[in-house]
Design a protein around this ligand. Structure first.
Ligand SMILES: [Zn+2]
Ligand SMILES: [Zn+2]
Length: 331
């Protein structure tokens, strides 16, 4: 089968790999759509510490089950699924504390295990969530980023009635705008360099949108969400919190990035700084929101790029003039 292989940072090629076979508790998924995101770029550029090489990337995977291991009862061949990429050990202290996303021995499909930028992928059966009939693959490819956003908002004490400011109006930021609305935020505002993205944010429910230089120092927000990973945006956002405010770090910044922080301000204004890493039991909720049309997927997911054109998909993510870039072996 054909697969994209990142041999080492910056070295990518299409390879002919052996057909995957399921072990006893695994299934093989015939890939329909796989999302490409900023995390894949960090891996490609060699600044994502947990990645292993060589690796088939792709952690936002949808498709149809075509083979199951001997002990698998669900999902069944023919089931349409989305894959939760997290493969925790389930025995370390953090797993036993109910925080499998922080597992000390964590593996992840598309990061340390071969992922979905391929014709087919083998994954643990328990990582598959069967899609409701009404959820298309094109919507389901948002389940992983949406599950990340739902986990992030679960980490925050509350959203209802608060003034929310979101940095970055890419896929994660645009999902965060919609989730904050559903959670009863008083206002939801967005910041991005790109006016096109800001107009999508407005369409999806943002009250006010800002270019970074149009924010004034007098503005303050109760909850600032970084969905950009950009150190300059994070530093700016930390300085815009209202007293008692919460800063939520959802975007993936470069591993060696640092930002200035005033400990006095954290003290005197009782600021909270919260991190959120991937997902924690939030796939079922993400699928329910997609099933109930609570999330506008159509405005976010781009037309699929052929898998064989993975380099083009990467360029589209890098150039930032597309929203959710997806590849498909079937186009
Ligand atoms: Zn991703
Ligand atoms: Zn663990």
């Amino acid at each position: 089968m054909q697969a994209v292989v990142i041999e080492a940072p910056t070295v990518v090629r299409m390879s002919d790999l052996p057909e995957p076979r399921p072990a006893i508790a695994e299934v093989v998924v015939d890939v329909s759509l796989t999302g490409v995101c900023g995390t894949d770029l960090h891996m490609l550029d060699g600044d994502f510490a947990t990645a292993r090489f060589p690796i088939v990337p792709g952690h936002e995977v949808t498709g149809t089950v075509v083979a199951t291991g001997a002990e698998v009862t669900s999902p069944q061949p023919g089931d349409r699924v989305v894959v939760d990429p997290g493969v925790p050990c389930l025995t370390c202290l953090l797993c036993r504390r109910g925080r499998p996303n922080l597992c000390e021995h964590r593996n992840a499909v598309g990061i340390t295990l071969n992922g979905g930028a391929a014709d087919r992928v083998v994954v643990p059966a328990r990582n598959c969530h069967v899609l409701p009939d009404s959820v298309t693959f094109s919507a389901a490819v948002l389940a992983e980023p949406l599950a990340c956003v739902l986990h992030a908002f679960e980490m925050v004490p509350r959203t209802a009635g608060r003034r929310v400011l979101i940095y970055g109006a890419g896929t994660i930021g645009l999902l965060a705008v919609q989730v904050a609305r559903h959670l009863g935020a008083y206002t939801v505002d967005a910041v991005d360099l790109d006016t096109q993205r800001l107009s999508v944010a407005e369409k999806l429910g943002a009250d006010e949108v800002f270019a970074p230089d149009s924010l004034s120092r007098q503005d303050d927000w109760d909850l600032v969400v970084d969905a950009s990973g950009a150190p300059a945006a994070i530093a700016d956002g930390l300085a815009r919190l209202q007293r008692g405010g919460t800063f939520l770090q959802l975007g993936v910044a470069p591993g060696d990035a640092v930002v200035p922080l005033s400990p006095y301000q954290v003290f005197a204004r009782e600021l909270s700084i919260i991190g959120s890493m991937t997902t924690r039991h939030t796939f079922p909720g993400a699928l329910r929101m997609l099933e109930n049309d609570m999330i506008d997927a159509e405005s976010i997911v781009e037309k699929p790029v052929p898998l064989s054109d993975y380099a083009k998909a990467v360029d589209m993510v890098r150039e930032r003039d597309s929203l959710k870039v997806v590849v498909s072996p079937g186009v």
